[in-house]
Design a protein around this ligand. Structure first.
Ligand code: HEC
Ligand code: HEC
Length: 414
């Protein structure tokens, strides 16, 4: 199924070195990935390691550390066509798009979504391979293109995965209660209700720019299919290039589901990768200088915390490291109408104008910013706030420059 990494104690630098060399080999074998847009050859991931990022959660048991390590190996494993990669895909490994700060971080890799909006009704053009474009293929004939009918094309930036186990462990009720609370500045905020494909149950979505998934296993299964073309027990059907089933059948050689359950562990790759993300520690706080400490009050006074909720709490959890913990995520995990700052794509429960408040923890390792990476600085990201975020943006803009710098210094410590 994949390159094999033997279990080892947690040594991030070694894992990273292995990734880079393995990816380079695999890319060379596959040749230039076809399909616009994108560079003629996909870059091998460069993991910019920042001290303290990418560690396992404190307080994990030995078996949990082992699951974290096995998941880390899976997360950096490079998939091949023989192992199920493609026929159409966006990346060959998870780390290819999640590498900033440490394995599991953000990256500046963008994926493309498209659709068609007529009279305010969004159509993801599913029969033509939408809304996610797979820009690479194992054979040039399979290349996906953006259909002519599409009148909405949006880019989405890869997000960091640090601390997601804690975010997953926040009870739906806590997010729903926050949604009901009356907020300053006329801010609303709505919990996304999604169907968790792993249980079939309605849940409060909290992962992704649109809060489109509630659980790490569901996101993992979705990413295996939609980013790498690896079918699994939750998504057993391969994506047909621009919806062309006949073309798919001609090039499809591997039986579905491609992700097999290992009888020894009872887990598939999707479960193992989910374990890594679940046990990945949140980003460590940077040193809080007096300037940053002053910036924290400005953050609160400017109304940022109305959406970027400084802390939520996990519920009772069988994993002690996730059990009733404070989560300093700086997000309410709710959907907001952001006015002009939207991506025009409706997905899961989120409408075209709605975006989920992204957590601000780890901001110093996740540039560029906003869903499409349009902001190269945190300052530019704040200035782009609109809709429900406009009153707060105005307050930020009215701050004297020295105070704005304090607020930015605070954000740089998260
Ligand atoms: C081609 C790039 C690419 C690859 C490969 C990729 N991802 Fe992602 N990932 C993204 C992007 C872009 C997003 C933001 C998606 C969105 O919300 O639309 C994302 C978001 C996520 C999220 C949600 C994070 C959050 O902040 O809520 C998870 C979880 C995730 N990816 C896991 C994985 C796993 C596991 C793999 C490997 C199976 C993987 N990704 C492979 C680009 C990628
Ligand atoms: C109404 C809710 C709301 C308020 C108020 C708000 N934000 Fe945001 N913020 C969001 C949403 C939603 C996004 C994501 C928008 C997008 O990318 O489309 C975001 C994005 C950001 C980002 C970029 C994060 C990233 O990972 O790309 C930063 C930085 C940020 N906000 C800081 C602030 C600051 C500072 C304030 C106060 C001046 C503030 N926000 C007020 C909802 C809000």
């Amino acid at each position: 199924m994949k390159n094999f990494f033997s279990p080892r104690p947690w040594r991030p630098v070694l894992a990273v070195t292995a990734t880079i060399s393995v990816c380079a080999t695999s890319l060379a074998q596959l040749g230039p990935p076809p399909g616009p847009p994108g560079p003629p050859t996909a870059p091998a991931p460069v993991v910019n390691t920042i001290a303290g990022f990418g560690a396992p959660l404190p307080g994990l048991t030995r078996p949990q550390i082992e699951a974290f390590n096995a998941g880390l190996a899976e997360f950096v494993a490079v998939e091949t066509p023989e192992g199920g990669l493609g026929p159409i895909f966006n990346g060959r490994s998870c780390v290819e798009c999640h590498s900033a700060g440490a394995v599991g971080g953000a990256s500046n890799v963008l994926v493309t979504r498209f659709g068609r909006t007529v009279d305010g009704q969004f159509d993801p053009l599913e029969s033509q391979g939408g809304s996610l474009l797979q820009r690479f293929a194992i054979n040039p004939q399979l290349r996906e293109t953006i259909p002519h009918e599409a009148n909405v094309i949006a880019q989405r930036q890869s997000t960091p995965l640090f601390g997601l186990g804690l975010i997953e462990a926040i009870p739906d009720s806590a997010i729903l209660a926050n949604a009901l609370a009356v907020k300053a500045d006329g801010v609303k905020g709505r919990a996304a209700i999604v169907t968790d494909i792993t249980t079939g149950q309605p849940r409060v979505g909290r992962l992704g720019w649109k809060a489109q998934q509630a659980t790490l296993l569901a996101f993992s299964a979705d990413a295996y299919l939609n980013e790498m073309g690896i079918t699994n027990r939750f998504f057993p059907k391969e994506n047909a290039p621009n919806g062309n089933e006949e073309l798919l059948a001609r090039f499809k050689t591997t039986p579905d589901p491609e992700d097999e359950i290992d009888p020894a562990t009872g887990k598939g790759d999707i479960d193992v990768a989910a374990d890594f993300m679940r046990f990945l520690a949140p980003p460590p706080r940077a040193t809080i200088t007096p300037q940053a400490a002053a910036g924290e009050s400005l953050f609160l006074q400017s109304g940022c915390a109305v959406c970027h909720t400084p802390a939520l709490r996990t519920g009772p959890n069988p994993v002690a490291a996730l059990d009733r913990k404070t989560v300093n995520l700086y997000s309410d995990l709710l959907l907001h109408d952001m006015g002009t700052l939207n991506d025009g794509i409706a997905q899961a429960d989120a409408g075209t104008r709605e975006m989920k408040t992204p957590p601000l923890w780890g901001l110093r390792a996740s540039a560029p910013y906003l869903h499409d990476g349009r902001a190269t600085t945190v300052d530019a990201a704040i200035r782009a706030h609109d809709g429900e975020g406009a009153p707060s943006r105005e307050r930020y803009l009215r701050l004297p420059n020295a105070l704005r710098q304090q607020l930015l210094a605070f954000l740089g410590t998260l």
